[in-house]
Design a protein around this ligand. Structure first.
Ligand code: DAH
Length: 330
């Protein structure tokens, strides 16, 4: 019997082990045959013989089970070793994504003003007439409302036409001094080569006690900001009109495409308009119950900034999700 046990322990594969099991314990197996002999054995010897056989059977089955478990474990070990995946192998065909130029320009502007301690405020995309127009010194039937072709809803709400309503919401929510920007999406009924019905703006507002905020403060902040964004450029403030500021100005920078020589983008003027700004109109403060304060405000279009910063000639390409274009901003 010891020979068999040794044979079992030396078996190297499961199939051979199974053959040994059949040879010993199968229907015609050696041990099975021994058990059959039991019925011909005299009574007195039977008990002793049966006991011996059962012990042998127990030893054999235990050895078979143990060797089987051992071989199965070895097999698994071998398998794990051979089928190992090298997770450190990097597939170079995978391409890395990048922020969309509009998103990255938005981030740059937000971070710039956050570093100057401006808070970042938000407002709803679906606005009411009061916040979008009325409180900003744009009363009903005022012709200046025509400057912004509006998407109206049936319930007298509208898709906000600019981020300026966030000025009103912030002033109603907190007391001066206020130093805030409001980034976000705005909507206008406008669609041509240079306009899309949805675009993004950043609004800026600074409010402090009366006479504390002057046009010089506004001018300094914007000149520093535009030089940070575009580097070595010329900047000019041109008198303009916005209902919510008085005096108002539009700011132009020297054309970044042709270096002021004159090209299609700047309509051969050498200048590009980049934002609107001004000293907050007294009527705006009045409409929300502010007294004895002064402030400046400005508003800019992010898509326009992204185009100028990255030399993109066509506004529509910002909305086409063409990977050939986007891949260039990785
Ligand atoms: N809301 C204006 C627009 O959408 C932009 C603007 C101009 C915002 C002047 C201002 C401002 O705060 O002072 O065209």
């Amino acid at each position: 019997m010891d020979e068999w046990i040794e044979k079992i322990n030396n078996t190297c594969d499961i199939e051979t082990l199974e053959n040994i099991r059949i040879e010993l314990l199968g229907k015609k197996g050696i041990l099975t045959n021994e058990f059959l002999k039991l019925k011909n054995i005299p009574k007195e010897e039977k008990k002793e013989f049966a006991k011996k056989l059962n012990i042998q059977k127990h030893l054999i089955t235990t050895a078979l089970d143990e060797q089987k478990t051992f071989l199965e474990k070895e097999l698994l070990k071998q398998k794990l070793k051979n089928e190992k995946i090298d997770v450190t192998k990097f597939n170079n065909s995978l391409q890395c994504g990048a922020l969309h130029p509009v998103a990255s320009t938005m981030d740059t502007v937000i971070t710039y003003f956050q570093n100057l301690n401006f808070s970042v405020e938000e407002g709803p995309l679906v606005e009411d007439d009061f916040h979008n127009f009325e409180a900003l010194n744009l009363p009903k039937y005022h012709p200046a409302r025509d400057m912004q072709d509006t998407f109206y809803n049936k319930d007298y709400t509208l898709l906000r036409t600019h981020t300026s309503p966030v000025q009103i919401r912030t002033m109603l929510k907190q007391k001066p001094p206020i130093r805030m920007i409001a980034p976000g999406t705005v909507f206008r009924r406008d669609f041509d080569l240079t306009h899309t019905p949805m675009f993004n703006q950043i609004e800026g507002l600074v409010v402090d006690s009366a006479d504390k905020i002057s046009f010089a403060n506004l001018k300094h902040t914007l000149v520093e900001f535009l030089e940070y964004m575009f580097g070595d450029i010329n900047i000019r403030f041109r008198p303009s009109f916005f209902p919510f500021t008085e005096p108002s100005a539009e700011v132009d920078i020297s054309c970044v495409f042709c270096k002021s020589k004159g090209c299609r983008v700047c309509s051969h003027t050498g200048w590009l308009e980049v934002l609107g700004c001004g000293i907050v109109d007294e009527n705006v403060f009045k409409s929300i119950g502010y007294d004895n304060v002064s402030g400046y405000a400005f508003g800019l279009g992010i898509e326009r900034f992204a185009m100028l910063k990255h030399n993109i000639g066509d506004l529509r390409s910002l909305f086409e999700s063409d990977l050939r274009l986007l891949g260039q901003f990785r």
